[in-house]
Design a protein around this ligand. Structure first.
Ligand SMILES: NC(=O)c1ccc[n+]([C@@H]2O[C@H](COP(=O)([O-])OP(=O)(O)OC[C@H]3O[C@@H](n4cnc5c(N)ncnc54)[C@H](OP(=O)(O)O)[C@@H]3O)[C@@H](O)[C@H]2O)c1
Length: 351
């Protein structure tokens, strides 16, 4: 078995589910020749632990879930632990980054990723912040240091959109994309369309752990804008950040628009989209070469985005020569995001 040492930076909902999925997937991973082992865990308020021979992630998860602290004081920061993480000729090393989203800077994830490359480790992340804010810098640095960066969980949980384009659409040109990529707002509009008040529907999404802790990230379009920026940066080399994406908010007043649309046989949706407006080679200013927005749109009832109910997501990728390709996620959730990290891990190690 190829031994793979993992340093988990961030051990919240996604990090802990990833650790348990790793255990559940021992057999299929072994069949692929991969033997992962968690050597370190870092949190912000729940301590940190590093054991080069491997540690028990399940018991660490129990401690953190119960509000306890792992490791002994003083708690080292992620950057300190990464810097101390020595190469091991017998093992591949992968940093699993799942710290919270920051839409303005992509930090602290950007610094964690750069430190991992400098230390000779590859990175998989479910955090869209670094891809939305600093993809070009990070991919240049990965190339320079000979490291890999994978981020399938950043958009649409585990549904393989980045892998789809990278692996199955070589040499195709992506002209644009449009999608429903924020589960909370799709659920809110759906609920208001049926007459449920905005605050009640939002409270239900927060109770279910689907809405971000700060609901503005969802209802003001920041989460979707970060996803648009991430996809545009990866597929168009757009070099934008979430602030460059035009946004429209979902409010209590959106309910009336949604009901009026429905009465007219249409559906109101938050459509996250970007398009190249000037072919790359003819654009003088890179910024003006891409139009990116998160907008409320009334869609014809048969539009593939109009039929999405509740927390479903879908993305339509407009490509040459394949035309419009639609990929739908019908069942979202933590397990899927954890799987995205697992599939990234396999891909990184297999290369
Ligand atoms: N939840 C989902 O369904 C989902 C889906 C797709 C993508 N994502 C993305 O995945 C990431 C993680 O989400 P989550 O739901 O797991 O968040 P979470 O439950 O809030 O967990 C975040 C973790 O990061 C730790 N952390 C924060 N700042 C840190 C720092 N500077 N150094 C080291 N650790 C730090 C936190 O530690 P403390 O708890 O001690 O503060 C916690 O363990 C986010 O970027 C999110 O956008 C989440």
């Amino acid at each position: 078995l190829q031994r793979v040492d993992l340093l988990l930076v961030g051990f919240g909902h996604v990090g802990r589910r990833f650790a348990s999925l790793l255990e559940e997937s021992r057999e299929p991973l072994a069949a692929l020749g991969i033997g992962p082992r968690v050597v370190g865990i870092v949190t912000r308020r729940h301590g940190a632990k590093f054991v080069s021979a491997g540690l028990d992630a399940a018991s660490a998860a129990r401690i953190v879930t119960d509000g306890g602290v792992i490791g002994s004081a003083p708690t080292p920061s992620a950057l300190e632990l990464i810097a101390r993480w020595r190469p091991d000729a017998a093992a591949a090393r992968v940093l699993v980054e799942t710290t919270p989203l920051d839409v303005r800077s992509g930090e602290p994830a950007v610094s964690h990723i750069r430190a991992a490359f400098a230390a000779g480790a590859d990175v998989v992340t479910a955090n869209k912040g670094p891809i939305a804010c600093a993809y070009r810098t990070l991919s240049d640095e990965a190339a320079r240091t000979g490291r890999q960066l994978r981020f399938e969980g950043a958009v649409m949980d585990g549904i393989p959109i980045f892998n789809l384009v990278r692996e199955a659409m070589p040499a195709a040109t992506i002209a644009g994309f449009r999608g429903v990529v924020n589960s909370t707002t799709n659920f809110l509009i759906d609920a208001m369309e049926r007459g449920e008040p905005f605050d009640d529907a939002l409270a239900r999404m927060q109770a279910a752990g689907v809405a971000e802790a700060d609901p503005a990230l969802d209802v003001d379009g920041w989460d979707a804008a970060a996803k648009v920026a991430a996809m545009a940066n990866v597929w168009f080399d757009a070099r934008i950040t979430p602030s460059d994406v035009v946004r429209e908010s979902v409010t209590a007043a959106t309910g009336e628009r949604a009901r009026a649309a429905r009465a007219a046989g249409r559906r109101l949706k938050v459509v996250a989209q970007a398009r190249r407006v000037v072919p790359r080679e003819r654009s003088e200013s890179r910024e003006s070469a891409v139009e990116a927005a998160v907008r409320l749109e009334e869609l014809p009832a048969d539009d593939p985005l109009a039929i999405l109910d509740g927390q479903a997501n879908a993305l339509e990728i407009d490509s040459w020569p394949l035309g419009r390709v639609v990929i739908t996620q019908r069942d979202g959730g933590l397990e899927k995001t954890a799987y995205a990290l697992l599939s990234d891990l396999v891909n990184v190690v297999s290369r």
